[in-house]
Design a binder for this molecule. Sequence first.
Ligand code: PMP
Length: 394
Amino acid sequence: MFETLKKATLDKIFVLMAEYAADPRTDKIDLGVGVYKDDTGLTPIMNSVRKAEQRIHDTAMTKTYMGVVGNKGFSAAVVDLALGGIVDLKRVRTVNGAGGTGALSILMNVLSRARPGGRIFISDPSWPNHWPMAELVGLKPHYYPYFDPRTRRVDFPAMMKMIDSLTTDDIVLLHGCCHNPTGANLAREQWDQVAECLRRTGAFPLVDLAYLGFGDGLEEDAYGVRKVVSSVPESMVAFSASKNFGLYRERAGVAIAIGKNETDAEIVSSQMQNVIRATISQTPDHGAEIVRVILEDRELRAEWQAELTAMRERMKRLRVKLAEAIRQRSNSKDFDFIAEHSGMFSLLGLPPAVVERLKVKDGVYMINDSRINVAGIPEDRVGELADYLLAAVR
Ligand code: PMP
């Protein structure tokens, strides 16, 4: 049986994580893996999460099945958080997914049933899992232009030109905020134009919302998704609680479908449930229940928001510090984009050979496309990191 298989390529991030772990240097710097880290290099459990977990531990009476749609309180709270009441809930249906990936997978499966072999347009570049996920369900992935490696900003005219040429048979995957891997995001006026273009062409938006609150704030980061969802008759949103609640391994996410009307919403709901039943039958609930408890409790919610704000502000501070350190040393604005990007990542635009040299010579690890996780920047070694980066590009 297995001899008929070819070895599959694994996501490069896991290879890099193993290399980092095996590197004996004590002063190595990990800018690779895509998880938030605090100033001790730890991915912490948030206090609000600990408290919610304790509460669940003390009060839960059963671990029986939740049902195929999952934790409805979690989904409702997430819809409110992400969409903020901009759409009539009669048109909205949700199921829980195993993390943002699980939510995306359910939505893509349903989309491939609606448009067998249909085209899905993904930003160039994108989170490396988007493409294989689309292929796995039988959709045909294509890129739309997104990042201009010269300016390290969004090539908006090129992006719009492509999206404007799409039809009602096409799907467009958009990063709701905090673009991964580039860190370059659409401005509000640009979201307005994208939403208007989707309304006009009828191309179907699937919004990946994996970092709500990591960019400029919970409300600010929801601008794009709300604009798109309120501009078009039908859309989908995949929400992940992995980053903003620090629940990575718990696999908490919500697949949200917004139909033209209640009848369509019911149909898409039955399809989402059918996909879940035939794949994992029930979604894990522990993380979902933690988020529900936090969002439904005024005090815990306030504590979570304060913790999220602290994480966001730390990442912003690190961006500014690194950009400033590079500017001071080089007397050029070439790396100012690091401070202008938002979210957890920035794509530095360095060639693979430079990325390799930084790893081998200086012990600075980043993804080979030159994506850095800004949360991994050691605050007390920003100057040293700036020196390494400048020496590497000279
Ligand atoms: N979308 C994007 C853009 C991501 O970066 C990630 C996580 N790296 C996800 C979705 C999925 O996250 P998870 O499945 O861990 O919730």
